[in-house]
Design a protein around this ligand. Structure first.
Ligand SMILES: NC(=O)c1ccc[n+]([C@@H]2O[C@H](COP(=O)([O-])OP(=O)(O)OC[C@H]3O[C@@H](n4cnc5c(N)ncnc54)[C@H](O)[C@@H]3O)[C@@H](O)[C@H]2O)c1
Length: 251
């Protein structure tokens, strides 16, 4: 099957690296016109800090002006750690605020400005990147886990809001388990340093939590997002698509 999202104009945030880059590539392969944004520089990447409301307003207006429409948004940008320790006792309020600003407010602002634009195009789809961290307790990443649970519930509110207003916009969350992106490699390095073990041992400990006993690939997440952005998912809204190799079953 090809052209599964052809003709659609879609924004992907956090698309300079990791999952966002893979999602943008996959949607492009299936025919979408993809606008990639990121706070970091990258090839064909539009500069955007998802915590900045004015930038969201301008981005959506620019995309509609340039491409004539907006059909979809993938709120993928996210961060996991801050300057202080990540556990509930040691965490810094400043880190909580920053993690919430990017992971929760960034998603809220994206939905706030994309919903009317997508509605004006006759409907479409939004995917918000949550995490397995929304489903299993994460004392070693406490703000992150709480922020991703907020993303899941906000997604459900957006989904119902759009139904109630007759917008034909579906909104779903995606929950990756462990994919070896820069964010995940960083987590492994930090864990290894904290425990005084080498990174290979830390990686093994993380992998042992995955019943399928394999690392996921970014493509596994990109394919899930592709399905949700396509018309194949026309009756799927407010859902949480867990792509984690079974990790949430046993942890
Ligand atoms: N990798 C995993 O195992 C995993 C698991 C569960 C959930 N996730 C989620 O998937 C998403 C992508 O994660 P990843 O692993 O590719 O991370 P990553 O750190 O490799 O990439 C994230 C991208 O977001 C960008 N970004 C950060 N802050 C931003 C901001 N304020 N505005 C715009 N862009 C910003 C970064 O520059 C980076 O390019 C995140 O929301 C993350 O929480 C990842």
């Amino acid at each position: 099957m090809s052209g599964r999202v052809s003709g659609k104009v879609v924004i992907v945030t956090g698309a300079a690296a990791g999952l966002g880059a893979a999602i943008a590539r996959r949607l492009g392969e299936e025919g979408a016109t993809v606008v990639r944004t990121d706070i970091a520089d990258g090839q064909d990447v539009v500069g955007q800090d998802v915590t900045d409301e004015t930038q969201w307003r301008d981005l959506i207006a620019d995309v509609v002006k340039t491409h004539g429409r907006l059909d979809g948004l993938v709120n993928n940008a996210g961060i996991a750690d801050g300057k202080g320790p990540p556990d509930p006792e040691g965490a810094l309020a400043e880190d909580w605020r920053r993690i919430y600003a990017v992971n929760v407010e960034g998603v809220f602002l994206g939905c706030k400005y994309a919903v009317p634009a997508i509605a004006a195009a006759g409907g479409g789809a939004i995917v918000n990147m949550s995490s397995i961290g929304a489903l299993v307790p994460t004392p070693f990443l406490s703000a992150y886990g709480a922020s991703k649970a907020a993303v899941m519930q906000f997604t459900r509110s957006v989904a119902l809001h759009c139904c109630e207003h007759g917008y034909a916009i579906r909104c779903n969350s995606v929950h990756p388990g462990q994919v070896r992106t820069p964010m995940h490699l960083d987590l492994i390095a930090r864990t290894a340093a904290e425990l005084g073990i080498d990174e290979e041992q830390a990686a093994e400990a993380f992998l042992s939590k995955v019943p399928m006993k394999k690392w996921q690939e970014a493509a596994d997440i990109a394919n899930g997002v592709l399905f949700l952005m396509s018309d194949e998912a026309r009756f799927v809204t407010g859902a949480s698509l867990v792509i984690d190799g079974g990790m949430s079953l046993t942890n």
